[in-house]
Design a protein around this ligand. Structure first.
Ligand code: CA
Length: 315
């Protein structure tokens, strides 16, 4: 992990890199290599701890009271301009995290989780109705003791994990929490990449003060093995202009990357939602990935030399 931290530092601008200088800085997620994952044992009846709450039903639209509304003005005017910006196709599967998989949002998975396994662990990751407008979203909690989290992750990897036990208390200085170590992350399914194309990545995020990233990992077939050869990352924290702790914020500016510009072998990408330090909670929703036909500039940094430890066998 040491060499990995060094790699990350190299890949960051000085200002951001300084954030990583702390020994508490988030490590990269561990290898997303399924070890002894046995999805065949998965129980279909698992329910994440926090998905049972009834949806906070949005209030019905207030019906217009006035009955004297002018008639004949309801027909759309021919002058309404088309909306080219909204015609962009979102390439992320289950981007609003609304569709249910085994125990969480379908198509999203913990690092190390075999395909078809339980998406969230109910201890550090949850599928909740706390998104914008009461929609389903992802909640990541890094204020969990690392030992408890690791035990839980192992249970989930094996399949048929059942409900998680409640987390124990954490204590200062929190170095032994998930926040001080691996962080928590969920990855999208693989999304095919077209050579020569640039993309924009977006998401909604809210935090209690914990910071994180939206990562994009690019995979290539290297001697028959899928390896991470490209990485783009965007801070999810107060470095975003207009971002406020405790409020939903749409991350959409300056997030253009070009996976095949320097790493032409990239064939697939996966979006990773990642929370780490300080211990706290992060909510994420409405992930989007759009082709950008006219990129003004790229935000992606040069790829790390070789693939980082723990990512070489990326699934
Ligand atoms: Ca949603």
């Amino acid at each position: 992990m040491r060499s990995l931290r060094f790699t990350v530092l190299l890949a960051l601008p000085p200002l951001l890199a300084s954030r990583f200088a702390s020994p508490l800085a988030g490590e990269e997620p561990p290898a997303d290599t399924p070890k002894s994952a046995d999805t065949s044992k998965s129980t279909e009846t698992l329910k994440p701890a926090e998905t049972l709450k009834p949806a906070e039903t949005p209030k019905p639209a207030e019906t217009p009271k006035a009955t004297e509304a002018p008639k004949a003005t309801e027909t759309p005017k021919a002058t309404e301009a088309p909306k080219p910006a909204e015609a962009r196709k979102n390439l992320v599967p289950n981007p609003g995290l609304e569709e249910k998989g085994v125990a969480g949002p379908k198509g999203w998975g913990m690092v190390g989780l075999a395909k078809g396994g339980q998406e969230v662990d109910g201890l550090t990751s949850f599928w909740v109705k706390e998104g914008p407008g009461g929609s389903s979203c992802l909640k990541l909690d890094t204020d969990v003791n690392l030992d408890e989290a690791k035990a839980r992750w192992e249970e989930v990897r094996k399949g048929g994990a059942g409900p998680a036990k409640a987390k124990g208390p954490t204590k200062e200085p929190y170095y032994d929490t998930v926040a001080g170590n691996d962080g928590v992350n969920l990855l999208s399914e693989e999304i095919p990449v077209e050579p020569g194309k640039a993309y924009d990545v977006e998401c909604d995020v809210k935090t209690t003060g914990t910071t994180g990233y939206i990562f994009v990992r690019g995979y290539a077939d290297v001697r028959g093995e899928k390896r991470v050869v490209f990485k783009y990352q965007r801070n999810l924290d107060e470095s975003l202009p207009g971002f406020k702790v405790g409020e939903w914020f749409r991350v959409k500016e300056r997030n253009t990357f070009h996976p095949t510009r320097r790493t032409p072998k990239v064939q697939w990408i996966r979006v990773t939602l990642y929370a780490y330090w300080p211990p706290g909670t992060m909510w994420l929703d409405n992930v989007a990935l759009y082709e950008n036909p006219n990129p003004q500039k790229y935000s992606d940094e040069p790829p790390p030399r070789g693939s980082a430890p723990g990512e070489s066998r990326g699934k």
